[in-house]
Design a protein around this ligand. Structure first.
Ligand SMILES: Nc1ncnc2c1ncn2[C@@H]1O[C@H](COP(=O)(O)OP(=O)(O)OP(=O)(O)O)[C@@H](O)[C@H]1O
Length: 341
């Protein structure tokens, strides 16, 4: 094997814009996003519902479906190239084999007419796996690590499994082909908190053992703090802050990240300290066309926020897109304007 196939790959998302067709025309769910996943890291993506997390995850596999489309930008993955430019059989082979994934509601996406084992064999055959016995062995081992009886699960139909069991099957299917890039979109929502923590710990272990580059999307900031190296915070289709997880959570720079953290109920101490962020996140129809996407709910709003979209400014290991935050040594950059139509 060459180094490129054994080393964890880096992922570079550049100027990515994804639009959905609506009665009001094509509107951006992800807009001008730059995000780098360093090789061998777990990057968590958080943000309120509708901020564009799932659309970003789908873009990593070039799997945005109509009425959506990737309007511009690139997703460069070491050893694969620009996924946005892949199509046909190469794209099909890349998904699953090179990029493992669990999409949202994975517990509902299994085939109800085939046992899990049959679906596993179909997956292996469709990717040209010759050692199908080895594949079954690996699948059983992954299921056992996640606290399940592998043989029994492989003999089951989806309706014989609980939502949490199906989610673990989804994680197994994302990992079993040994892909080096793994995208997990809300992989543990159907699980109780203790099982969720256990599964995320196992995901972390497998990530380290295999040298993966992992993107994990969740609503749960606490859960992601446990396993991620880096954190990206999304709002209104933009990555508003990105950096090492302890830094972003320990000293959040963007007013939205600060509000998100203030809104988390604490398990200990005064419950009333949790302060929900007033207002609602924008929908595609209510997203401001000019200026900062967060300004309507921002307590540091300034006149420039009405007119200019803040650029992502890099300072140290952190990226922040906010006019009110000008980190030391970071020259203020001209406002970023993106074409998406
Ligand atoms: N098929 C679609 N057609 C039209 N609009 C869509 C479609 N899918 C998503 N959107 C819109 O795109 C925006 C981003 O959605 P997305 O699902 O990526 O956000 P999210 O952060 O993953 O939300 P959630 O946490 O609820 O899954 C939302 O405003 C959503 O309504």
């Amino acid at each position: 094997m060459t180094l490129t196939t054994t080393a964890a790959p880096g992922v570079r998302i550049r100027d990515l814009t994804v639009v959905y067709r609506t009665p009001h025309g094509e509107l951006p769910a992800v807009r001008g996003v730059d995000l780098t996943l360093a090789p061998g890291t777990i990057t968590g993506v958080v943000g309120e519902s509708g901020s564009g997390k799932s659309t970003l995850a789908l873009s990593l596999l070039n799997a945005v479906q109509p009425p959506g489309r990737i309007a511009s930008g690139s997703v460069e993955i070491d050893g694969i190239g620009d996924v946005v430019r892949l199509g046909g059989e190469r794209l099909r082979q890349t998904r699953g084999r090179r990029i493992g994934y669990v999409f949202q509601a994975a517990q509902n996406s299994l085939n109800p007419l085939k046992t899990i084992g049959k679906q596993l064999l179909d997956l292996g055959r469709s990717h040209g796996v010759e050692d199908l016995r080895g594949l079954v062995r690996d699948a059983k081992e992954l299921l056992a690590r996640m606290g399940m009886d592998g043989a029994r699960v492989l003999d089951s139909y989806q309706h014989e499994l609980s939502g949490g069991m199906r989610q673990r099957v989804g994680i197994m299917l994302a990992l079993v082909l040994n892909a080096k890039v793994v995208v997990l979109d809300e992989p543990t929502t159907a699980l109780d908190m203790i099982t969720q923590a256990m599964i995320l710990r196992i995901v972390r272990e497998i990530h380290e053992e295999r040298g993966l580059t992992t993107l994990i999307i969740t609503h749960d900031v606490g859960a992601v703090a446990e396993i991620a190296d880096d954190l990206a915070v999304m709002y209104g289709g933009r990555v508003v802050e990105h950096g090492p997880v302890e830094e972003v959570l320990g000293s959040p720079a963007h007013p939205y990240t600060q509000a998100l953290i203030r809104a988390i109920p604490r398990l200990s101490g005064d419950l009333s300290l949790a302060r929900p962020l007033p207002g609602r996140p924008p929908t595609l129809g209510t997203l401001p066309v000019t200026g900062c996407v967060f300004r309507e709910r921002c307590d540091r709003r300034m006149p420039i926020c009405e007119t200019d979209d803040p650029a992502q400014v890099v300072a140290g290991g952190r990226t922040v897109a906010c006019h009110a935050v000008v980190p030391p040594h970071a020259p203020a950059e001209p406002a970023m304007r993106k074409e998406y139509a």
